[in-house]
Ligand binder design. Structure first.
Ligand code: CFM
Length: 526
């Protein structure tokens, strides 16, 4: 029986048929996988909701903004710091990222409407914090009772003379990614990017889709600054709303997480002419490749030289530690299941330590994230496209091209300019690729594939550990990090080595190890 069948064989025929499209074994280079479908009711999914994507991921780390969660306190509390999107304030910025601001809706507000409470919350936020802008994020009950948060926002904008942006990101509207991120990103495009000006310098760039989890953006920024890049905005990780407002002046956009922001990069290209480059700053070799690709874009002898000098110095500084951790980790196997980009990016870092990826999957990715952007014309429908608006942008009067058409065509053959090749291509034959893994399959996968470590999130971490498999969270890094760039690689090597060399996991005996689930016992859920 194939590895895939051993994982999903206990399902009823209908569930089996469905899941078989989402779990594949790599056998050749041309793979199709079913992705971006709605979560089946009854499934213990690992996915997050629309509000989590909008507030928790995208809007969360923006500075000079106070974010109000309009809803019962649970949603605000849950998204309070759990995403670990860090931000650092200074004398020029007001940082409210550490706060949890919520309207704390109660039963009477659900019955009689919550707009009054929202108005009061905005008033208090202005009086106490005086932020440059306010963002309001809706939770499920707000959509169900029909509070008009956009009208309240428009009224408050006039009253207090600052931007007040409302996001109808009710949790039920879709998943974190194609739901919540999309709503948040539409807001950035519509209300923020291009609303402030500054002059570009020689190497002005933006970082898109880097969320500064555990301080990753700070490590990336450190390297880019050493080389001499002018980072206009890190969208959204640790950026002020004023940086994001000026993002259109950059010559190049770097895309770290393709899934969450590729359509923003495309819109910036259509509107302002800025090309984007797919980068990956997770992993030493991946970081080096990204830096060289960037230098290739600017094609300047001085920049090439500086890039190589910084790479050499950074490598020299980490070499001894890298070798030590490699000696501990070489040959170990890993399974990865994360949102929409890390399962690909972290394979590079694991490879730097001689580790092998035997399974990788995504919660929210679309087929292009798995198979490459060439499949875009063949993707029929976005699961959330009925609920979530797709906006079109027009060419702006500030539109300008950095490269000539000839240069652009030539470069596209050398570096991933406006292109992402997806995860599957870079995986080894015989590895498993899985979309929207659920809790049952997590247990089965651990039994069948027996990885030394399972990289995942808080919802499944403890299933793995109770089953005797080490698990590290790639969403929050278990409160460690940064893991990006050169210094981050060492932190990662240290944390994984600590986990893998502890004898604890071999001593755990999971209850289900002695009581196997019998064929036909699972309920049919579709
Ligand atoms: Fe992009 Fe993310 Fe991710 Fe993501 Fe996420 Fe995240 Fe993630 Mo958790 S935007 S797809 S929806 S890199 S919150 S910062 S870690 S699942 S792999």
């Amino acid at each position: 029986m194939s590895k895939v069948d051993r994982i999903i064989d206990h399902y009823s025929a209908r569930v089996y048929k469905n899941r078989k499209l989402h779990i594949i074994e790599k056998t050749d280079d041309n793979h199709e996988i079913a992705a971006n479908t709605r979560t089946i009711p009854g499934i213990m999914t690992n996915r997050g909701c629309c509000y989590a994507g909008c507030k928790g991921v995208v809007i969360g780390p923006i500075k000079d903004v106070a974010v109000i969660t309009h809803g019962p306190i649970g949603c605000g509390f849950y998204s309070w710091g759990t995403r670990r999107n860090k931000a650092r304030g200074d004398e020029n910025t007001k940082n409210f990222v550490e706060y949890c601001l919520s309207t704390d809706m109660q039963e009477p507000d659900i019955v009689f409407g919550g707009e009054k409470k929202l108005r009061q919350a905005i008033k208090e936020v202005v009086e106490i914090f005086n932020p440059d802008a306010i963002m309001i994020c809706s939770t499920c009950p707000v959509g169900l009772i029909g509070d008009d948060i956009h009208a309240v926002a428009a009224e408050a904008e006039k009253l207090y003379g600052r931007k007040v942006i409302a996001f109808s990101c009710e949790g039920y509207k879709g998943v974190s990614q194609s739901g919540g991120h999309h709503i948040a990103n539409n807001g950035l495009i519509r209300h923020i990017i291009g609303t402030e000006e500054r002059a570009p310098t020689k190497y002005s760039i933006n970082m898109l889709g880097e969320y500064n989890i555990g301080g990753d953006a700070w490590e990336i920024e450190r390297i880019l600054k050493r080389i001499g890049y002018d980072l206009v905005a890190n969208i959204p990780g640790d950026a002020s709303i004023h940086d994001i407002a000026k993002a259109h002046i950059a010559h190049l956009n770097l895309v770290q997480c393709h899934r969450s922001i590729n359509y923003v990069a495309d819109m910036l290209k259509d509107k302002f002419g800025t090309s984007w480059l797919k980068v990956n700053f997770i992993g030493v070799s991946a970081t080096i490749k990204s830096l060289r690709d960037m230098a290739r874009f600017f094609d300047d002898p001085e920049l090439y030289a500086r890039t190589e000098q910084v790479i050499a110095e950074e490598l020299a500084a980490i070499q001894e530690d890298m070798e030590y951790y490699k000696s501990k980790l070489k040959g170990k196997t890993a399974a990865l299941f994360v949102g929409g980009s890390r399962s690909h990016h972290y394979q590079k870092l694991l490879k730097d330590f001689g580790m092998e990826t035997i399974m990788a999957g995504y919660e929210f990715a679309h087929r292009d994230d798995y198979e490459g952007r060439e499949v875009l014309p063949f993707i029929k429908e976005d699961a959330d496209s009925k609920n979530i608006e797709s906006i079109k942008v027009e060419k702006d009067e500030r539109y300008r091209l950095y490269l000539t058409e000839e240069q652009y065509e030539r470069l596209r053959k050398e570096i991933p300019l406006d292109y992402y090749a997806g995860m599957i291509r870079e995986m080894e034959k015989g590895t498993i690729i899985v979309d929207d893994l659920n809790h049952y399959e997590t247990e089965e996968m651990l039994k069948v594939l027996k990885p030394d470590i399972f990289f995942s999130g808080i919802k499944d971490k403890y299933i793995a550990q109770k089953a005797g498999t080490l698990s590290r969270q790639l969403h929050s890094y278990d409160y460690s990090g940064p893991y990006a760039g050169f210094n981050g690689a060492i932190n990662f090597g240290r944390d994984v080595t600590m986990g893998i060399t502890t004898p604890a996991w071999g001593l755990v005996k999971a209850p289900w190890k002695t009581q196997p689930i019998l064929k036909g016992q699972l309920q049919e859920v579709v």
